[in-house]
Write a protein that binds this ligand. Structure first.
Ligand code: AMP
Length: 181
């Protein structure tokens, strides 16, 4: 199988203009997921910088963070913890509410998903404003876990999310950057 490097991943991401609303450039990762070499290269590149970071758990944000997060967890020899939309988890949960452009949203995880002994890597497909990642970090920290870092396939740096996480002391990495939003 031909090897693809992390710097060659950009063409595997499809951009859909004006989805789901006018003015949004939707970065569609299903085209990357559907290519065996690109998928393998993505998981390897997401995991590699954290190989010696003592990660015990990867936390993935619903829903696309589950796809990448579980694979990265396997690569790192770590467990996987889902951060979900409200009302989806069956056991006792902790919840955070965070602001969206219009209104608020909630993120939940199981209260026993991580402990103060755990070192966690947060994973999602894309960081824009960083609102959902910051909410995930608040959840994990509310359970006293150490959030070692955050990693994304795609960064939209103009929306400020990476700068926001770095200011909060979270090492933040991504594989592909797109200007604008
Ligand atoms: P944010 O909380 O603003 O950093 O937004 C990140 C979340 O929204 C991620 O879970 C992404 O999947 C999704 N998202 C935001 N903007 C886009 C975009 N332009 N294309 C695809 N997904 C996006």
């Amino acid at each position: 199988m031909k090897q693809i490097s992390a710097t060659e991943l950009r063409p595997f991401i499809r951009t859909i203009a004006d989805y789901p609303r006018p003015g949004i450039q939707f970065r569609d990762i299903t085209t990357l997921l559907g290519n065996a070499q690109a998928l393998r290269a993505t998981i390897a590149a997401l995991a590699a910088p954290w190989a010696d970071a003592g990660i015990t758990h990867v936390a993935g944000i619903e829903a696309r963070g589950f796809i990448f997060g579980a694979a990265v967890a396997c690569q790192l020899g770590a467990g996987f913890v889902p951060l979900r939309k409200q009302g989806k988890l069956p056991h006792t949960t902790v919840m955070v509410e965070y602001s969206l452009e219009y209104g608020t949203d909630q993120l939940e995880m199981h209260a026993d998903g991580v402990t103060g002994a755990d070192r966690v890597l947060l994973v999602d497909d894309l960081i824009a404003t960083g609102g959902s990642a910051a909410a995930g970090i608040r959840l994990l920290r509310s359970l006293d876990a150490t959030v070692v870092g955050a990693t994304f396939v795609i960064d939209l740096p103009d929306l400020g999310g990476t700068a926001r996480l770095e200011q909060a002391g979270i090492r933040t990495l991504s594989l592909v950057r797109f200007d604008g939003h």
